[in-house]
Design a protein around this ligand. Structure first.
Ligand code: HT7
Ligand code: ZN
Length: 844
């Protein structure tokens, strides 16, 4: 496998003036005819003419009307070309029905669709398939399908054909085509300058009733981007299509977003509150790419965070504005710690802007996306809101139509704010999670916070330099009043102190408010101070974090010494949970218990070998203790969380149901499933139904409910994914692998459908104690299926291999079992480039 390096970037030798494509659709033999005008690129060094192309059958190629016979290998095509501009004509044949990798043009349930990011366009025709080659596309689609869509605006259509023209130059990865028997859920939007835009969500007949929420989310996103970033939509039509077989969540193709149906279809009966929130965020994310990704794209794939980090940051701002910033931030930090910190502390650690790769699909990671968004959040904190929006404005003005770099992005901030960002730039090149130690001193009215930062070595990076850390801090008086409202300290050295003087009494510091930098904070703090912050902190994140700290310490003590749960923490938390003046959603977040894999990571960070069974037992003991200790309150709290109004997936109702679910989970431990059964029988929405089903399964009383759920939802594939996943997630550790295996024998288990595969095996990998059973049954089962899937779908296989990224944390028995499985994968003949790069990195 060839490694590609950032330092080797060279521009393509030609510009593509325009592209005309004709698709004559047929499942086994689609003909793609391309007419492309090339002209020499004056800014590029001289080079041979090479077009990417994979799995294409060449029918004819011609230059300026003269047939040619190019040299073709597995990666593309070479031929001699004239010195000046020329017309390239090429006809190829492809077989979408046999495309199981779901990259390029493929078929999903009888419908044609495309996925071209990152390098799928080369499976459609020969082309310079790289993001810095941008062009204007005109597309003709021929076929019997009633709906035929492509990018841009529709220009004309007739019996069996439709033509589209996209006036905005774009890279090939944003190309899209859809054709099938689809129905549209229409909508409309008028932009701030008066452009009337037709909106459609296209779905399979039968799914029309699940589009209204997505349409509302789209309209809100369009308005929000105008209001907050001044960004207006730029075509006459914006289409979204729901597809059942899709490798990821959704794709921002220009004017024609394609969505995994799980990320757009929603109804009260079939979707949970979490599904609704995620759908709203993904619709916003893909829409926001229209400016951050499409109008301004990436020069090369090393710059992926330029569009993804920024767009994740923007979608998080949107969700905060729609649903409230506090719980959104808490959820994002939990997610970052769960996925990105694990990535950064293991063999897959890489910088936000990687410097080399073999298969770019393997770099659509939590580091590029979520840490990339954190870096932008820090930038905003450092330059302030005004500086941030001024810099963004300059970015859009200066780079509209460009394929840009991180250097371009940072330069607009330097130019707009006058700041030197050379040290800040290390956030893009240095991998690993910084550790930030804090101690405090108090003397004669002066309170000093002393910080030290250091980043442990990561693969390929032994030495780390200090980073710029914005540390948001507040100080509270012993009576709970705030004496120092939030202020951002700017740390640039390895060691630095910040003093606050003129204080009447020693304050309690609330440090890293809003999780102002993506670091591991190391702070020795008394349980009394933590309990004080749980009661009084004015910052929702640090208030939550104080409880998390106590929870982590309590669990760690149980795991390492067999201690019983910390009742001081439980009592401090109990007060917050009972405080009816607080938002139910926040109270529910305060009840978060660190996940078992987070405790495993903590064990590893502190030099212990994590024991999955002990962690499982500690988690169980903690939950049982809480349930008993709060038992008197639970029925009343559950009652209070009940929503009597008609169902709405808004923040208010969602918060109440979230609190109710947590309370039901506790009650379930003492009432043997009685309350859950009542909730299951009465549920009129999926949130209540699924929570109740999970409780019944955990109480060992789920057989009847599970069968009823199956009978009710057997025709709805997205709900059936939940049915599959939940059984694995709720299994006892010793049974998780067997439950998974049994489910693979179920007639509705379709392993080639990524959603179904992920529902089953993602749940197994996410079941910490179940996956890491000492007999290796979880590892062996997952590996059997990964080896099988790789032949069909390398991208999804490679992503799922990440389940093994933490393997070096565990005891020698588990390590050796996992190593054997990883070696089995590598030994597979014909293993894909995606999977072999992943497994080799994990093994290294
Ligand atoms: N930009 C997209 C990333 C992507 C993708 C999406 C679906 C299937 C395969 C894909 N490869 C890369 C989605 C996004 O981040 O918005
Ligand atoms: Zn994105």
């Amino acid at each position: 496998n060839q490694t590609i390096y950032l330092k080797d970037y060279t521009p393509f030798g030609w510009q593509v003036e325009d592209v005309h494509l004709t698709f004559a659709l047929a499942p086994e033999a689609t003909r793609v005819t391309a007419r492309i005008h090339f002209a020499p690129n004056p800014g590029a060094p001289k080079q041979e003419f090479f077009l990417h192309g994979e799995e294409l059958t060449l029918i004819r190629a011609a230059i300026d009307g003269q047939d040619i016979t190019p040299e073709i290998d597995a990666n593309g095509l070479r031929c001699a070309v004239p010195d000046g501009p020329f017309l390239w004509e090429c006809e190829v044949e492809i077989a979408p029905i046999r495309n199981t990798a779901l990259e390029g043009l493929y078929m999903s349930n009888g419908m044609y669709c495309t996925q071209c990011e990152a390098e799928g366009f080369r499976k459609i025709t020969f082309y310079p398939d790289r993001p810095d080659v941008m062009s204007v596309f005109t597309v003709r689609v021929e076929g019997d399908e009633p709906v035929k869509l492509s990018n841009g605006n529709p220009t004309s259509s007739g019996d069996g054909w439709a033509e589209w023209h996209d006036p905005w130059p774009k890279p090939a990865y944003l190309f899209a085509l859809v054709a099938g028997d689809l129905v549209a859920h229409p909508g409309k939007f008028t932009t701030k300058s008066g452009r009337k835009v037709a909106l459609n969500i296209y779905v399979r007949p039968g799914d029309e009733g699940k589009c209204a929420f997505g349409m509302e989310a789209l309209i809100k996103s369009m308005k929000w981007d105008e209001d907050v970033y001044g960004r207006e939509y730029d075509l006459d039509i914006f289409n979204i299509v729901a597809v059942d077989d899709f490798n990821m969540g959704a794709m921002e193709n220009k004017g024609l977003n394609i969505f995994n149906s799980s990320c757009v279809l929603a109804s009260q009966e079939t979707s949970t509150d979490d599904n609704f929130e995620r759908i709203e965020a993904i619709i916003a994310h893909e829409y926001f790419h229209n400016w951050t990704g499409n109008r301004i794209t990436c020069r090369d794939w090393f710059q992926l965070c330029l569009k993804e980090g920024l767009t994740v940051f923007r979608d998080a701002q949107f969700t905060s504005d729609m649903r409230g910033p506090e719980v959104k931030r808490i959820n994002d930090v939990s997610d970052l710690r769960g996925r990105q910190f694990s990535e950064d502390q293991g063999p897959l650690s890489h910088p936000v802007r990687p410097e080399s790769f073999q298969e770019i699909n393997n770099f659509y990671t939590a580091t590029v996306y979520e840490k990339g968004a954190e870096v932008i959040g820090m930038l905003k904190r450092l330059v302030g809101d005004e500086g941030y929006y001024k810099a963004c404005e300059l970015y859009f003005d200066r780079h509209d139509g460009d394929a840009a770099t991180i250097e371009d992005w940072l330069k607009v901030f330097e130019d707009a704010t006058g700041r030197d960002l050379s040290q800040f730039k290390r956030w893009y090149s240095q991998s690993g999670t910084p550790r930030l130690q804090v101690t405090e001193t108090w003397s004669e009215g002066t309170f000093t916070l002393n910080f030290k930062q250091h980043t442990p070595p990561t693969p390929g990076q032994d030495e780390k330099l200090p980073q710029v850390l914005p540390i948001a801090v507040g100080l509270l008086n012993p009576n709970g009043d705030e004496v120092q409202p939030t202020t951002v300290l700017e740390m640039t050295e390895a060691k630095q102190s910040f003093a606050f003087d003129g204080l009447a009494a020693k304050p309690v510091a609330s440090v890293l408010r809003g999780f102002s930098a993506p670091v591991v904070l190391e702070r020795e703090q008394s349980r009394e101070e933590r309990a004080f912050l749980i009661a009084h902190d004015t910052d929702a994140f640090t208030r939550w974090e104080a409880s998390q700290e106590m929870a982590r310490e309590s669990l760690m003590a149980s795991v390492t010494t067999g201690a019983t749960p910390d009742t001081d923490w439980l009592d401090a938390l109990h007060k917050v949970v009972r405080d009816r003046d607080l938002d139910p959603d926040f109270r529910s977040s305060m009840m978060d218990i660190p996940t078992q894999s987070e405790i495993a990571r903590l064990c590893h960070e502190r030099g212990h070998v994590p024991d999955p069974d002990a962690i499982w037992a500690a988690d169980k003991a903690l939950r049982d203790t809480i349930a008993k200790r709060w038992s008197e309150d639970l029925p009343a709290l559950l009652d209070e969380a009940r929503v009597t109004a008609a169902y709405k997936p808004d923040a208010e109702q969602t918060g109440k149901r979230a609190l109710g679910s947590k309370i039901l989970g506790l009650l379930n431990r003492i009432d043997g499933g009685a309350a859950a059964q009542v909730q299951f029988d009465a549920a009129d929405n999926m949130t209540l139904q699924l929570t109740a089903l999970a409780c019944l399964l955990r109480a060992g009383k789920g057989a009847d409910a599970l069968a009823r759920f199956h009978d009710q939802w057997r025709e709805d594939q997205l709900v059936m994914d939940k049915w599959f996943g939940l059984q694995v997630a709720c299994a006892d550790p010793g049974e998780a692998a067997q439950v998974t295996k049994t489910l693979t024998e179920h007639p509705a288990f379709s392993w080639t459908n990524p959603n179904r595969f992920r529902a089953v095996f993602g749940s197994l990998a996410g079941h910490h104690a179940g996956f890491h059973q000492a007999d290796g049954s979880g590892y062996a089962l997952l590996t059997d299926w990964l080896i099988r899937l790789d032949e069909k779908n390398p991208q999804t296989t490679a992503r799922m291999c990440a389940a093994y990224q933490t393997w070096k944390r565990y005891d020698s028995g588990r390590r050796s079992l996992i190593k054997t499985q990883l070696e089995r994968i590598v030994a597979k003949e014909g293993l894909s480039r995606d999977t072999s790069e992943m497994v080799e990195r994990i093994l290294s």
